[in-house]
Design a protein around this ligand. Structure first.
Ligand code: DAH
Length: 346
């Protein structure tokens, strides 16, 4: 009786060499597949004498079953090994430090703008945002700045056409508001403005916040009252305001508004007149312009100046931010300087 010892030795040696799925299927092809060695044994049946045929057949079958078992055991081993490798690959070390993400934060100008809006919204102001491209009429003429008026030289304008320009201030928002709405008016116009001007305290693009109140019996006292409240909320409780006479074509009288120096007030070694670097020893810092709305401006918007009066002011947002945080150069706001910007994380 054939025991196929040689073939079995071969099969044992081959299966021992199998290391992965590809080699395993090669093994199947070579021994158990249709054209494999074991299947080939069946073809020898022809030359086996008839009385030995059943035994021969059984012996071939035993080899096949034996080889199939080897195959299956190997297959299970390989699967297990692959699984272990995958577990190893996909292991997460929960003790590793996490990847750092840098969340963004609002720009200081945006923060102060929002803070300013909150202060004035608390006094009942609405918000209006006008266009950045304006016409001569809204930016100058109806604000009482006639074509040949020397005060046009106060602001160096970027002209786009004969008539269109990049607004030089947020004051045209006053005209647009009064065109759209009759008194009582209490509006705040924040936005970007543009002037051909650039140095440590000037930038060709900067931000302003315009304020306009029109109602019966509005006076300069109302302006001072509102601005007192504004500066106290922005710069601290003890801050005072001082109005100095000035000139703007759209207000009469016009004032420049100073705040008491919060640096001197905070630092005892910097007493007013003692060389404080912020107020230069004067005890006061200029922060904005304003006044009583010029009657001509009210008339230009169809509002009767005998019945109504108004107050207006314009605040430079960069200037307030520079003062509040001691930032020496306006350019720093526009340079994407992370050292500066990251200090404003909430
Ligand atoms: N528009 C002025 C400027 O850009 C600021 C200003 C002054 C606005 C007086 C006002 C005002 O509303 O009453 O410099």
């Amino acid at each position: 009786m054939k025991d196929f010892g040689e073939i079995k030795e071969q099969v044992k040696a081959k299966i021992a060499e199998v290391k992965d799925g590809a080699q395993l299927s090669e093994f199947w092809q070579s021994y158990l597949g249709k054209t494999g060695v074991i299947s080939g044994l069946m073809k020898e049946m022809k030359s086996v004498p008839p009385e030995e045929k059943p035994n021969f057949g059984k012996a071939v079958n035993d080899v096949r079953v034996w080889a199939q078992e080897l195959y299956q055991t190997k297959q299970a081993e390989i699967k297990q090994r692959e699984l272990e490798r995958r577990y190893e690959r996909e292991t997460v070390d929960v003790t590793m430090p996490a990847l750092k993400r840098a969340p963004g934060n609002l720009h200081p100008i945006t923060l102060i703008k929002q803070e300013m809006i909150e202060v004035f919204a608390g006094m009942g102001f609405d918000i209006y945002e006008g266009p950045e491209i304006e016409d001569d009429d809204h930016n100058f003429t109806r604000l009482n700045v006639a074509k040949d008026h020397p005060s046009r030289d106060m602001q160096d304008t970027f002209w786009l056409t004969e008539d269109l320009l990049l607004r030089t201030h947020t004051s045209p928002g006053q005209i647009r508001t009064m065109d759209a709405k009759k008194p009582p008016i209490k509006v705040l116009v924040p936005g970007k403005v543009f002037r051909s001007d650039s140095d440590a305290t000037h930038s060709p693009m900067f931000s302003q916040m315009e304020g306009l109140v029109v109602d019966k019996g509005i006076t300069l006292c109302d302006l001072q009252g509102m601005l007192d409240r504004f500066v106290q909320q922005i710069f601290g409780g003890g801050t005072k305001t001082r109005l100095r006479p000035s000139y703007f074509p759209f207000t009469e009288p016009s004032v420049e508004v100073d705040v008491s120096c919060f640096e001197c007030a905070r630092e005892t070694e910097f007493l007013p007149g003692n060389g404080c670097p912020l107020c230069k020893g004067t005890g006061w810092i200029e922060v904005l312009g304003g006044g009583v709305v010029n009657k001509k401006v009210l008339e230009n918007c169809g509002i009767d100046p005998e019945e109504y009066s108004g107050l207006a002011f314009g605040i430079g947002i960069e200037r307030i931010t520079m003062l509040k945080y001691g930032i020496p150069n306006m350019g720093l706001f526009f340079e994407n300087n992370l050292d500066l910007l990251q200090q404003f994380k909430g």
